[in-house]
Structures are given as C-alpha cells and as structure tokens.
Design a protein around this ligand. Structure first.
Ligand SMILES: *Cc1c(COP(=O)(O)O)cnc(C)c1O
Length: 425
C-alpha cells in the first residue's frame, strides 16, 4: 500500500480466511490464558498479547496500526483524548526537573496542560513564537531540555510551523521534535518526512470528523536514536525495575521502545485508554479522511477568498490565501491544502460578530472544529470569555476573531449563508 487514500480505507486490518470484513469490536476487559506461566510472560513483556484493556485492546490497536501507516511510523497507540496523547508523549521522556521548548501557538488546552498542570509536576516549559528568530529559538534551550513541541497548523491561531527548522535545532541539542498534527492530518502533511520524531493527534477532530468520539493517538517515527542520548533519556535506555529490569531500547529496538514504554508504564498507571467502540467509530472516520480533507480545504479556500473580498470584513487568516504570512510555509509543507478552519474579523468588531453569527443558518455555533458540519465560534464570548481585551490580544485571539470551521457541505451554500448574514447586519 503506497497511496494515502488506499491506506485510509484499508491499512491496519487484513482479515484472514472467514474472518469479519469490518474490524471486530472486542468489547472485553480481559483475555483468557491456559496457564499462569503464559500470562506471566505477558506481564514481564516477554511475550506480546492482550491481558487487560486498560493497557491494550485489539480494536484500539487495529486502528492505531492504520494511523501508524498513515503517518509512516514504526509504532502507534490510541489514547482516550488528544489531551492524554500530548501529556503521554511528553511525560514518557520527561520527569520532574526537566524542561521542554514549545511553540506558543498551540491549542489552549495543551497550553494549560503544559504551563499549569505539568508545571505542578516539576516540568518546565519555555514558549517561543513559531516564527521566532534562530537566536530566540537557540536561547530557549537549557541543559535539561528533553523535547521540542509544536503544532503543524496551530489551533486556533492557524500559524504554520517550520517543521524542518524546528527539527534541525531540536536534533542539534540531542532531543526529539514532537508534532501535534491534528489540523492537517497525515493526508495533508506527514511531519516525519520533514524530520519530526513523534507525532500526536486529537482524533476527535478531522480523523473522526463526525463529532462522535473524543480520542487521541501517538505515533513514533522510529528515527530518534535514544541510545545516542542515553544520559538524557534513561527511562528508555536503562533497566525498568517495574518490569524485571528490561531496557526498552534493547528489547524493542529504536522503532518500538517509545510506544512500548508509554503503554507499559503510562497506560498501566494512568489508564487513559479508549473504549473499543470509540476506536471502531474512529475507524469509520478514517476510511473517508482523504475525501473529506480535500473537500474541507476546497470549501475553506473558497470561503476565505469570498470573505477577503467583502467590504464588511476587516481581515481574514487562512494559510491558503496569498495575503497570509504563512502562505509560503503552507505551500512547502501542505501543497494540497492545510485544513478547513478559517478565522476572520468584521469591521464592526466584537458586537458585529455576535449579530453576524446569530444570523447564520447553515454554520452552527458549537465549541468544536474540524467536523463534517460547518461550525462557528466567537472565542472572546465562549472559550476565552474570562480574558480581558489585553489578554485576548496577547494570546493572539482578538475580541473580534470569528473561527469558522468549514465542513463538507456545498461551498455555494456556505458562501450564500455567510453573504446573507453579512448583508442583514
Ligand atoms: C482539540 C485539540 C487537542 C485536544 O484534544 P481532545 O481530543 O479534545 O482532548 C489537542 N491538540 C489540538 C491541536 C486540538 O485541536
């Protein structure tokens, strides 16, 4: 299987003679073995197999295998949410006293996880602008830095990360680059091809695409040589006492160590495992991901061009527009389009945004993005409601910002809806 569309439909599952064509939902917490000795081997990580769905479940692993192929990785796992995926990806290689360099243009939930909750665990983050200078990026590193983190296309700022540049700098400091690839999905960008080492996803967004499950995924490229940086990543390269002293890099190799450790330790201890039914629903979404991403991008491009030409509109932010500061980066990393999310402001500001949104018929107000159905949000009045005007400006979400997530309806209808809401304003 070489092409992305074929992988979306078929990767991860190959039924044997007489087996179900659709992936089976293994709705079972436990698995039976003929002897305790056989089960003991699983607990020692001496044999692979299932024993308890808090750690691993066959349905989830089938879907993880598809996402792994889509990203071009060596190992992958599902989590119960995107938040859990980003937490695990960092916590798998960082402990109290460690430090991470992160792009400041990231999802608000991730920012809070890093800056507030993980800080309480003793892990410190330095945030840099995605378009910071090389000097600023260099200056963010410390001797205890263990990773660099960013989003391919930031939610909601829509900034495009220069993955190749961030990967080079991360590697020159002996640490991996972790990329949250939620918005473009592997259909539009495969960060491993540009030097990223670990990819995470909120599968809640385009991968599911129908607003039916909350989920996440972690994929390893298998390219980062942990043993070459053994002093930085002892958790991967020295014996794990909780598994009779196995060494993950020795036992599972460069391509398997990261995910095996993450499952064996973090899933075991935190249990952020997805329900088998949710993994099944996610697979439904993945089967049409390549078709939907194309349509999301086509619709968003037309909508962005329409908005940019309207006199009521003060500004439009979409990396597919030539006016975007991210146009060149988007062309380099995502020549087939970035995502379906467009942000813009009206000349009438905050109040005009409210009136405009109340008039929309097809685009519906929802705290969600990246869905088959077009949805719209005014962050200053919803997710960012607690913030003052100054705080809103500081986090790049102006009081007038409207976030429009273009679905897969007909573009003409979406544009007609926007037009009537602008006109009756
Ligand atoms: C939504 C989102 C998350 C968090 O994912 P959940 O599935 O809501 O936990 C993380 N990163 C990005 C880019 C997101 O859009």
């Amino acid at each position: 299987m070489t092409q992305i569309g074929t992988k979306c439909v078929q990767a991860g599952y190959r039924p044997q003679n007489g087996e179900p064509r659709q992936i089976p939902i293994i709705q079972s917490t436990t698995f039976r073995y003929e002897s305790s000795a056989a089960m003991g081997k699983l607990f020692d990580l001496e044999a692979s197999g299932y024993f308890y769905s808090r750690l691993q479940n066959p349905t989830a692993d089938t879907v993880a295998a598809k996402i792994c192929e889509l990203e071009g990785g060596t190992a992958a796992m599902l989590t119960s949410s995107g938040q859990a995926a980003n937490f695990f990806a960092i916590f798998n290689i960082c402990s109290a006293g460690d430090h991470v360099v992160a792009s400041s243009a990231i999802y608000g939930g991730t920012f809070n996880l890093f800056a507030v909750t993980m800080k309480r665990m003793g892990i410190e983050f330095t945030f840099v602008k995605p378009d910071c200078s090389d000097e600023e990026l260099e200056a963010a590193f410390r001797p205890n830095t263990k990773a660099v983190f960013g989003e391919t296309v930031a939610n909601p700022a829509l900034a495009v990360l220069d993955i190749e540049r961030f990967a080079q700098v991360a590697h020159s400091h002996g640490v991996p680059l972790i990329i949250d690839n939620t918005f473009p999905t592997p259909v539009n960008c495969r960060p491993f091809e540009w030097g990223a080492d670990i990819v995470t996803h909120s599968t809640t967004k385009y991968m599911d695409g129908h607003g039916s499950q909350v989920g996440g995924a972690i994929v390893d490229s298998g390219k980062f040589d942990w043993t070459a940086q053994s002093d930085k990543f002892p958790g991967l390269t020295t014996p794990d006492a909780s598994y009779h002293g196995i060494v993950y890099t020795e036992k599972f190799g460069q391509g398997g160590a990261f995910v095996t450790k993450c499952v064996a330790q973090l899933m075991r201890d935190f249990g952020a495992s997805p329900a088998p039914m949710n993994a099944f629903l996610l697979n439904f979404g993945l089967e049409s991901l390549h078709l939907r991403m194309k349509r999301h991008c086509e619709n968003a491009q037309k909508v962005a061009e329409f908005l940019e030409a309207r006199p009521e509109v003060a500004w439009v932010n979409y990396a597919g527009l030539k006016s975007s500061p991210y146009y060149d980066l988007a062309q380099k990393y995502m020549p087939n389009g970035t995502c379906g999310v467009v942000s813009f402001g009206l000349k009438g500001g905050r109040d005009a945004a409210e009136v405009f949104m109340s008039k929309l018929q097809i685009a519906q107000i929802a705290t969600h993005v990246a869905d088959a159905r077009t949805c719209v949000l005014h962050p200053a009045n919803a997710t960012h409601r607690q913030l003052s005007e100054a705080e809103l400006e500081a986090c790049g979400v102006g009081a007038d910002l409207i976030r429009l997530s273009c679905g897969i309806e007909d573009a003409d209808d979406l544009i007609a809806d926007l037009a009537q809401a602008l006109e009756t304003e």
